[in-house]
Design a protein around this ligand. Structure first.
Ligand code: ZN
Length: 523
C-alpha cells in the first residue's frame, strides 16, 4: 500500500502482525481489555480482529515473516497494547539541563533555562539534546511530541539539525518555532523600584521585530514542505503577553492559510495573570478574550498550562473549541499553582497532557502526568471529582491527537489509523494482580513495563532496544558536548544571579496581589 497523502513518503506494503495482546480500546472494556490481533500494513492499522478471525491471512503473514523482512510477527500474549501517548507540551532546547534546577519559581527558573541566555549552541549539542529527549519519550511510550522550540540563533541550520535528529530517531513530532517580540520576563511589571540597571538588562532582554519573526516562520513553512514523514508543523507565539498584536495576528493569518494547529503558553503563573489584568483592559484583563480578539481562539488552538483561567474563560474556550495542554508536574515544580482541570472538563474544554521542559519536570513520562492529573483534583475538592483513570488515558492519547490536529489519525487502535502503538509487559509487578488495566496504567505503571514502541508502523524500540539509533554512540556524543554545556550553564547562572533577589521580591509582592482567584492551597 503506497501512501500518497502529501507529507508521507511511499511506504512499501510491509506487514506487521501483533498477535494475542490485550488491546486497549477507549470505548471497550478498559479494566479487562479483549485479546485481539492487530495487523499493520505500511504505516497504518489494517485490522483489529479476534484471534480466530482472518486465520488464513495471519498464517500467511507468519509464513512470510520467516522468509522476508517485509513481514513480521510480534507475539504479544500476556502483554497490553495501547495507543502511543501524545506529549502535547514539550521543549527540546533544555534537555541537557535535566536535574540541574529545583526549588525555583517560574521567572527565576526562566533565568537559568531560556535559550536566549545561552546563545548559539554547537550542532553536536543540538543534535544530542534532540535525540536524548526523543529517546526518553519513546522509552516511556510517547510516540508523538509537540516540540515548541525557540531557535537561537533563529536560523535554518539550527532548525534543520533538530528536524533531522527527529527524522533519524523516528518519533512523530509536531514542531513549532516559538516566536515572541516582547522580550521581558513576565514578572517584570511587578519588580520593586530599586532594581539596578545591570539586573534590569538581564530581565528586559532584547525585543524582536514581529514582521521578521513571521517572515522567518513562513519561509520555513514554504522551504520544508512537505516535512519528512512523521514530522508536521504547528505555530507558536510563546505567549500572548510576550507578543505584540501584530505578531499574534500574523500567526493567526498563517494558521488560517496553512491550516495549522496553534500552541501557546497562557496563564502559567500568577505574574502572567496579573500582567494580563493590567495590559488587556479592553477585555476586562482577560488573556483569553485578547486571544479571541486577535483571531487565535480557535478549534486548532491549544493553550499550555491554563493554571489561572477563570470559569468564564473556560466557557469561552469551550465555545470556541480550544483546548488545554495540562502540565501538572511542571506547574508544581515551578510553583505555578494547581490548574483547575476539573472545572475545565466540566466546562467542556478539551484536555491534552504534557511533560514540559526537561529542566522543570525533569522527566518525560505520561505516566507521571496522568497520575498527577487524577490526583490533583483532590486539592480543591474532598468529594469524588469525576476525574478518572480513563479520562487521563484519553487526555494522554485522543486529547493529544486532537490538539496536534491529528484527530482520526492517532490516539486510538482502530483500522485505518496510524500504527502508533506501545506494547507493555503485563507480567510487570505494576499489573500483578491484574484488576484494572486503565487504573493500573495510570496509578501503578512507572514506565518500567514499556517494552516496544511503534511509530508510523515502524518498530522504533523492540523489547527495550532502540532500533533507529545507536544509544551507546549517543552517550558518547553527550559526553563530548556536556563539558561545554555545564561550563556555559554555570556561567549563565552566575551572571544572572544578580537578578534573582529582585525576581523573588516581585514574586513575594504578587502573593498579596488580587487577581480574582487563588490557585495555591492555603497553609
Ligand atoms: Zn512550555
Amino acid at each position: 500500500m503506497a501512501e500518497t497523502r502529501s507529507g508521507e513518503a511511499a511506504i512499501p506494503d510491509r506487514q506487521l502482525l501483533i498477535r494475542g495482546g490485550r488491546i486497549y480500546d477507549h470505548d471497550g472494556d478498559i479494566d479487562d481489555p479483549a485479546v485481539r490481533d492487530v495487523l499493520v500494513r505500511g504505516s497504518r492499522i489494517a485490522s483489529v480482529t479476534a484471534p480466530d478471525e482472518e486465520l488464513e491471512l495471519k498464517r500467511e503473514i507468519a509464513r512470510r515473516a520467516t522468509v522476508s523482512d517485509e513481514a513480521r510477527v510480534i507475539e504479544a500474549r500476556g502483554k497490553l497494547v495501547i495507543p502511543g501517548f501524545v506529549n502535547s507540551h514539550y521543549h527540546s532546547y533544555d534537555v541537557l539541563a535535566k536535574g540541574l534546577l529545583e526549588d525555583m519559581p517560574f521567572d527565576v527558573w526562566a533565568l537559568h533555562s531560556q535559550p536566549a541566555y545561552f546563545g548559539r549552541r554547537s550542532k553536536a549539542e543540538i543534535r544530542a539534546r534532540t535525540l536524548l529527549g526523543a529517546l526518553e519519550c519513546l522509552r516511556s511510550g510517547i510516540t508523538t511530541l509537540q516540540d515548541m522550540n525557540s531557535l537561537v540563533p533563529q536560523d535554518e541550520e539550527t532548525l534543520d539539525t533538530i528536524l533531522s535528529a527527529y527524522a533519524e530517531i523516528g518519533i512523530r513530532v509536531v514542531f513549532s518555532i516559538a516566536v515572541r517580540d516582547v522580550a521581558a520576563l513576565d514578572i517584570a511589571p511587578f519588580l520593586p523600584a530599586d532594581v539596578p540597571e545591570a539586573a534590569m538588562a538581564i530581565i528586559r532582554g532584547a525585543p524582536k521585530d514581529a514582521r521578521e519573526e513571521i517572515a522567518f516562520v513562513e519561509r520555513q513553512l514554504g522551504r520544508l514542505n512537505p516535512l519528512p514523514p512523521r514530522l508536521s508543523w504547528g505555530l507558536s507565539p510563546s505567549g500572548p503577553q510576550r507578543s505584540s498584536r501584530a505578531l499574534l495576528e500574523g500567526i493567526g493569518d498563517l494558521a488560517r492559510r496553512y491550516q495549522l494547529p496553534i500552541f501557546t503558553h497562557v496563564y502559567e503563573t500568577k505574574a502572567q495573570t496579573a500582567k494580563a489584568r493590567a495590559i488587556y483592559g479592553e477585555h476586562g484583563g482577560s488573556m483569553i478574550r485578547h486571544l479571541g480578539d486577535v483571531g487565535l481562539l480557535t478549534p486548532r488552538t491549544t493553550i499550555a498550562h491554563g493554571v489561572w483561567l477563570t470559569r468564564d474563560e473556560m466557557t469561552l474556550m469551550a465555545e470556541h473549541g480550544s483546548g488545554i495542554a495540562h502540565n501538572p508536574i511542571s506547574n508544581l515544580k515551578l510553583k505555578s499553582g494547581v490548574a483547575p482541570m476539573q472545572a475545565a472538563m466540566q466546562a467542556g474544554v478539551r484536555v491534552a497532557l504534557g511533560c514540559d521542559n526537561c529542566s522543570c519536570g525533569d522527566c518525560q513520562s505520561m505516566f507521571q502526568a496522568m497520575k498527577m492529573f487524577c490526583l490533583l483534583a483532590a486539592v480543591g475538592d474532598p468529594n469524588p471529582t469525576g476525574v478518572r483513570a480513563a479520562d487521563a488515558v484519553r487526555a494522554a492519547t485522543l486529547g493529544g491527537a486532537h490538539a496536534m490536529g491529528l484527530d482520526g489519525e492517532i490516539g486510538a487502535i482502530r483500522a485505518g489509523m496510524k500504527a502508533d502503538l506501545v506494547i507493555i509487559d503485563l507480567d510487570d509487578v505494576a499489573y500483578q494482580p491484574l484488576n484494572s488495566v486503565a487504573r493500573q496504567l495510570v496509578f501503578s505503571e512507572t514506565g518500567r513495563g514499556v517494552e516496544t514502541t511503534i511509530v508510523d508502523g515502524e518498530i522504533v524500540m523492540f523489547e527495550r532496544r532502540i532500533a533507529t539509533i545507536d544509544e551507546a554512540a549517543l552517550r558518547d556524543e553527550l559526553a563530548d558536548v556536556m563539558p561545554t554545556f555545564r561550563r556555559d550553564f554555570a556561567n549563565i547562572a552566575e551572571a544572572n544571579r544578580l537578578a534573582v533577589p529582585y525576581l523573588l521580591a516581585a514574586n513575594d509582592r504578587l502573593k498579596a496581589h488580587d487577581v480574582g482567584m487563588n490557585r495555591f492551597v492555603a497553609s
